[in-house]
Design a protein around this ligand. Structure first.
Ligand code: SF4
Length: 375
């Protein structure tokens, strides 16, 4: 029997066996055939987050690629429960989504679930989650999306776009299905049981807004699968196309956990961490290195268990550089201190630039709101 773990939309515990999780969820693994089909549509390019296996599983991705091949419409969708602790891990699926937008020139719908954060998390007022939604939107815009492709939905402000669809979705979902799927109990508030209808509604929104069948592709972490499994189950009964998903693994915690955790601030690199803080966290990170430099030179390190190496693979677009780090680590030619400094410089440059771009985005958020584009 393998190690035990638990993965739900709200919690990840234990050491995740990703192949087993894909089997348990009933999702498909990405195959060479899928990647070749993607390559054929993008002029030979496959984003490094897919190429390196960080995005590794899906539901219905092939159907989206077939639509792209035949020139039929599709759109992108993902989102975020707004909070004040946005970290680099949150940006990773958006970086891949930007690549899809650039390659396929499709619409991208982004839902900021200020309602959900208020309903399921203690300690937030609704005013606060709404303010955080607009704050988090800055990081998305800072990645370079243009307003003609990115359409931001803030649930409590833009409910008119979702409510009619959400009501139809809600009628198809029984209380016991929602309780079983999301692990809710009788002590949860009733808002938490309705909320999945709001998240699923966005998957069907492009078909309504564009007035033609437009399935969505949802690049997201695999813990979000329960929402979209339900969405696929009910789509056809509502005359909507089934949404497709593309699932990533989790970004490991710098301190050695399988997923960055809000309860351990040293496990994550937050977008508001200054250079000093970023350096401290990276230099203190768990590694796959040997206890001494002498042993590292003699025996080499183990990048396969090393979060520092993992970060290099997620933030460097150079395959040559990533390969060199891997081989130099294994061969004892790279010491952990040097390797961490390379990562620090990369993260610091990225975050400083990201914060500048967030500042510039401050006057532009309204241009991205769905209400400006779709009346
Ligand atoms: Fe990790 Fe780098 Fe040390 Fe290798 S050299 S174990 S990749 S920190």
């Amino acid at each position: 029997m393998g190690q035990e773990y638990a993965v739900t939309p709200w919690e990840v515990k234990g050491k995740v066996d990703y192949l087993r999780l894909a089997r348990e969820f009933g999702v498909q693994l990405l195959t060479d055939e899928d990647l070749n089909l993607l390559k054929g549509l993008t002029g030979g390019d496959v984003h490094y987050l897919i190429r390196r296996g960080f995005f590794y599983a899906h539901r219905g991705f092939r159907e989206i690629l077939e639509r792209a091949r035949s020139g039929e419409s599709w759109a992108l969708y993902n989102g975020r429960g707004p909070s004040g602790d946005l970290h680099i891990g949150h940006l990773v699926p958006w970086i891949l989504t930007k690549w899809f937008v650039d390659k396929f020139n499709v619409h991208y719908f982004f839902e900021l679930t200020d309602d959900e954060k208020f309903l399921v998390r203690d300690g937030y007022t609704l005013e606060e989650t709404n303010r955080l939604a607009y704050d988090n939107a800055l990081s998305l815009i800072a990645l370079g999306f243009t307003p003609d492709r990115l359409h931001i939905i803030v649930d409590t402000d833009d409910v008119a776009y979702l409510y009619k669809i959400a009501v139809k979705v809600a009628k198809k979902l029984t209380l016991s299905t929602v309780k079983n799927t999301f692990g809710l109990t009788d002590s949860n508030n009733i808002g938490a049981t309705f909320f999945p209808a709001m998240e699923i509604a966005v998957a069907f929104l492009p078909t309504e807004l564009l007035n033609s069948e437009t399935p969505v592709l949802i690049p997201t972490a695999i813990d979000q699968d329960p929402y979209f499994r339900l969405a696929r189950d009910i789509a056809e009964t509502l005359n909507y196309p089934k949404p497709a998903t593309l699932y990533s693994k989790f970004l490991p915690g710098l301190t050695g956990e399988d997923k960055m955790s809000a309860s351990n601030p040293d496990s994550a690199l937050y977008i508001n961490d200054d250079d000093k803080e970023v350096r401290r966290k990276i230099m203190n990170a768990f590694t796959g290195g040997q206890p001494t430099a002498e042993l590292q030179r003699r025996l080499g390190g183990n990048p396969d268990i090393c979060p520092v190496y993992r970060y290099h693979t997620l933030l460097s677009d150079s395959d040559d550089e990533v390969k060199r780090i891997y081989e130099d680590c294994r061969g004892g030619r790279l010491l952990c201190g040097e390797c961490k400094l390379i990562l620090y410089e990369r993260v610091s440059a990225f975050l400083n630039r990201h914060r500048e771009l967030r500042e510039k985005a401050k006057d532009k958020v309204s241009e991205y709101k769905i209400s400006v584009k779709f009346k």
